[in-house]
Design a protein around this ligand. Sequence first.
Ligand SMILES: Cc1ncc(COP(=O)(O)O)c(C=O)c1O
Length: 404
Amino acid sequence: MAYPFSEALAGLTGTATRDIFRLLSRPEIISFAGGLPANDCLPVAAVAEITAELLADGAEARRILQYGTTEGYPGLRELLAPLLADAGITGLGPDNLLIVSGGGQGLDLMCKAFLNAHDAVLVEDPAFLGFLDTARAYNGRNIGVRAEADGIDLDDLEAKIKRYAPKLLYCVPTFSNPSGKTWPAEKRKAVARLAAEYGVMVIEDDPYARLRFAGTPVPSIKSFDEAGRVVYISSFSKTVSPGLRVGFAAGDAEVIRKLAIGKQGADLHTPNLSMAIVKRYLEKQYFYPNIEKSLPVYRERKNAMVDALDRYWPEEFRRTDPDGGLFIWGEFPPHVDTAALFPEAIARNAAYIIGSVFFAEGADGQKRGSNTLRLNYSNETPERIERGIKVLGELFREKLASSP
Ligand SMILES: Cc1ncc(COP(=O)(O)O)c(C=O)c1O
C-alpha cells in the first residue's frame, strides 16, 4: 500500500534487525546476535512475591491502577541515590531525576528535546543501533567519532565538535554496546570538559556498568560534569528485568523538566505497576544481591566465548575482552565481509550481528565496518557457546583460506 509515511522513518536499520531476530527464534540456531540479559538470572520469584503484596494492599493497588505522575512513582526517585553513587554521582534530588520507560525512552526524549532537522549528532563509532535510529527518526545527522582501544579518540572528538557544532554527543562509556569497551576516567573527565567548553550536550548511556564481573568500577562522565551538560541515562533492564520497562535519566533540573514535557506526549508516565515493583524491589534490598548472584553466570559465559574464539577463530581476528556487560566486538582483515557470510552462518545454525549496522553514515557517506561483527555471550550456555563459536570459526577460516 502506498501509505504516506514520513521520510524520517524510511530505511531505519532496526527494521532489518527485527527480521533477523524472527529468523533466530528457531531453537537449532545458536545465537550470539541478541542483547538480552541472561534468562536464568531474571528474578521471577521476587517479582511474583512483590506483585502479590502490592495488589493485596488496597490503597497501594488503587494508586497503581490509577493515573500517576510523569516524573515517576512516588518515592522511587529517592531510592536511586545508591545506584547513582555507584556511578560517582552525588548531590542530585528528585528534580534532577525522571523515571523513563526504559533507557531507550530516555534517549528518545533527549533527541526530542534537543534536535532540529539536520542537527549534527556525534557518536562514538561503532554506536548502539537503537540510538542511531532514534536520532535518525528526529532527522538528526549522525556523525561517527573515531575510537581507540580504550574508547573515544579525544582529538577526533574535538575536531568534529569544531567542524560540525553538534547539539549532542552520544556514548556508552562502560561495556559499550556494541564494542564492549570501557573508557578510563581521564577520558571521561576530558569529555565533560569539552562538553562544557563547547556547549555540547552529552548523553551518557549506562545500562551495563552494574554488570561488572572483573576489574574496578570507573566514575561516570556525569560525575565530572560541573556545567550541567551531561545527562546520565540508565535502566533496570539489565539488572532486574527488561520487560518491566523502567529506567531513569539524571541531569540538570531544567533539562529534566524539558524531558518530562516530552514524556507527557509520549506515554504520560511509565506504567505504575512496573515502577511500584522496582521500588519495592529496591526497598527489600533485592537489587544488589541478585546482581551478585548473576555475575558468575556472565563471567563464565564470557570466558567460554573468549576461550572458544582463541581456540577456533583465525589468528587474524581481533577482538575486545570486556570486564562486564554483554558484548564482544571483533574485526577481520578488510576483505572479509561479515554481511556476505551471514546467510552461510545461518545455514550452519549459528548467528552473529554484522558490524556495519552500528556505524554512523559518516560525513563522507561511506558505509564502514563491513569486516566487523558483534557477539553476545549472555544468553547461551557455555556448551552451546563453544559449539557455535567453533562452527563460525570454521566458516571464517574457510573464507580466509580461499581469499587473498
Ligand atoms: C546501549 C543501550 N542503551 C539503551 C538500551 C535500551 O535499554 P532499555 O530501554 O531496555 O533500558 C540498550 C538495550 O539493549 C542498550 O544496549
